[in-house]
Design a protein around this ligand. Structure first.
Ligand code: HEM
Length: 508
């Protein structure tokens, strides 16, 4: 008892010492921030909201007002030029749109992905998400080992073999739209495209049938929740400490777990089939299993590694393409003359045929232009970032090493200095004879870490769009917004609601 009373007597002094230590730590942190400011403040940039938080308050306000953060970056790029600085606490990152620097940094494997962002999406609120998979792997060797194994699943020969599935799944969507047209109801195109792209990736990558236009599944919602959580986790340092967000954080963790347990079940099913000597497709799942160690000595970490890539492909392979298709329909709905031109091309190339062939895709030149222009204004995965360890110069500005550079394809695609009248939807910018944009158009990123599924995605998008144009007249239901929702990926806020009518298509 006496000892307890003695200890109690020390409490005020201990609190005082603790307070003093905290004060010293805070002072040290402030000095460190000051040092960072002195190191990087010669780089142009908007005025900071505060010494401590830098530009975070503006970033948070933009997010909380449900605005697109990339519009803020675009506005700053127009004012502060081809390279400018953004501060948040002791972090500094650069927004780079200088084509020469984009070429130098993105095309060169010596600049790794930036640790801050990619570590954050490796685990969301402590729950493993993309882990150390293809998108997030930081170490070159770790990434390269996976990419080498995955490449065969994306070579041209293999992709040609997917035409059957692309056609078959797109046909299911067309049947659904027949119902919409017959019943004179409206279609939420984004929802329909989401179902179909998820069906495609589940089938061709993992050999699973989801049939989401008929069956309900918790997977689309889980993907949406993870992406939403990802944005808050990356952009708001204090999000996880706010008790108000606890429920949402729990939902995000559960959504990550659901994707990973689904992956574990599908992988197990495939491994059992392999062990039983069954004929299994040489698809992405088979390659994912190959990226891990051999069956006999598979560690828990190897299992986690496979799940990382399962979730990576599930997410990378679906959302971006669905959003591109929805934006494409939105822009065609707003530009009847372009719609007419692309439809004529589809009629000339495909006519009344039901199955679209790989060779047909090559002939749909104007449709390619339309899809490219869609990704210029609406890059659905709007950028990438790299770590710069050594000093360098960007657009005449000295950049001290130890900094992250963000390459924002939304900003580049909308800058007047690169694209005249940038908000005008004009597929002729991508006419085969037009000059190629010089390192200012990169919706699939560039260089060694560019998108592995680019050709896959554009084949799928072309098949779906060609069939849609061949069979239906569609028009946008009036009064909907054309705003963009920034959920890490970019998607049309309205969902793109359309009225659908049959064309004079007779094939059956
Ligand atoms: C319109 C559709 C798509 C767009 C706009 C897109 C865009 C991108 C971008 C910008 C990156 C770089 C990400 C970063 O650096 O953080 C990327 C990487 C990647 N994408 Fe896509 N993507 C699309 C479709 C697909 C599809 C369909 C798949 C798979 C079937 C896929 C698989 C991947 C993979 C595996 C990576 C990581 C590549 C690596 O680092 O080696 N993507 N994608």
């Amino acid at each position: 008892m006496a000892v307890f009373q003695l200890l109690l007597g020390f409490v005020p002094q201990m609190l005082l010492i603790l307070f003093f230590l905290l004060f010293i730590a805070f002072l040290g942190f402030c000095l460190y921030i000051k040092h960072i400011h002195m190191k990087y403040d010669h780089i142009p940039g908007p005025p900071r909201d505060s010494f401590l938080f830098g530009h975070s308050p503006t970033i948070l306000k933009t997010m909380l007002n449900d605005k697109n953060l990339h519009d803020k970056f675009l506005e700053w790029s127009e004012t502060y030029g081809l390279v400018y600085r953004v501060n948040a606490l002791h972090y500094v990152f650069l927004i780079v749109t200088c084509p020469e620097a984009t070429k130098e940094i993105l095309m060169n494997q010596k600049y790794p992905k930036d640790k801050f962002t990619y570590k954050k999406i490796s685990h969301l609120f402590g729950q493993r998400f993309l882990g150390n998979g293809l998108v997030t792997a930081h170490e070159h060797e770790v990434w390269y080992k996976q990419r080498r194994v995955m490449d065969p699943a994306f070579n041209n020969l293999y992709l040609r073999g997917l035409m059957g599935t692309f056609n078959e799944r797109a046909e299911i969507l067309m049947d659904k739209l027949v119902d919409v047209a017959d019943n004179n109801t409206k279609a939420n195109m984004l929802h329909h495209f989401n179902c179909i792209t998820l069906d495609v990736i589940a089938k061709v990558a993992f050999g699973m049938e989801l049939d989401l236009l008929k069956n309900s599944s918790p997977l689309p919602k889980a993907i949406e929740t993870c992406l939403k959580g990802m944005v808050f986790y990356i952009r708001d340092f204090f999000f996880q400490f706010n008790p108000k967000n606890r429920r949402f954080i729990k939902e995000v963790r559960e959504a990550c777990r659901l994707l990973r347990t689904t992956g574990a079940q599908w992988i197990q099913r495939r491994k059992t089939a392999m062990q039983n000597g069954e004929d299994v497709p040489k698809d992405i799942l088979t390659q994912i299993i190959k990226t891990a160690a051999t069956e006999e000595n598979m560690t828990e970490e190897d299992e986690e590694f496979m799940l990382d890539n399962f979730v990576t492909f599930f997410i990378a392979g679906q959302e971006t393409t669905a959003n591109q298709l929805a934006f494409c329909v939105m822009e065609l709905g707003r530009h009847p003359e372009i719609l007419e031109k692309v439809r004529k091309e589809v009629d000339d190339v495909i006519g009344m045929k039901q199955d679209i062939s790989y060779d047909d895709l090559g002939k749909l030149v104007y449709l390619s232009q339309v899809l490219k222009e869609t990704l210029r204004i609406y890059p659905t995965a709007p950028g990438t970032s790299r770590q710069i360890e050594e000093d360098m110069g960007i657009d005449g500005v000295h950049i001290p090493g130890g900094i992250s550079c963000i390459f924002d394809s939304y900003v580049s695609g909308r800058l007047e200095r690169f694209f005249k009248d940038p908000l005008k939807f004009d597929p002729d910018r991508f006419h085969p004879d037009a000059p190629k944009p010089y390192y200012c158009y990169y919706p699939f990123s560039l260089g060694p870490r560019s998108c592995l599924g680019k050709n896959f995605a554009q084949m799928e998008a072309k098949v779906v769009m060609a069939k849609l144009l061949q069979r239906f007249d569609f028009s946008l239901v009036p009064g909907q917004t054309f705003d963009i929702q920034d959920t890490g990926s970019l998607r049309p806020k309205s969902g793109v609601i359309c009225s659908i009518k049959h064309r004079n298509y007779k094939n059956k």
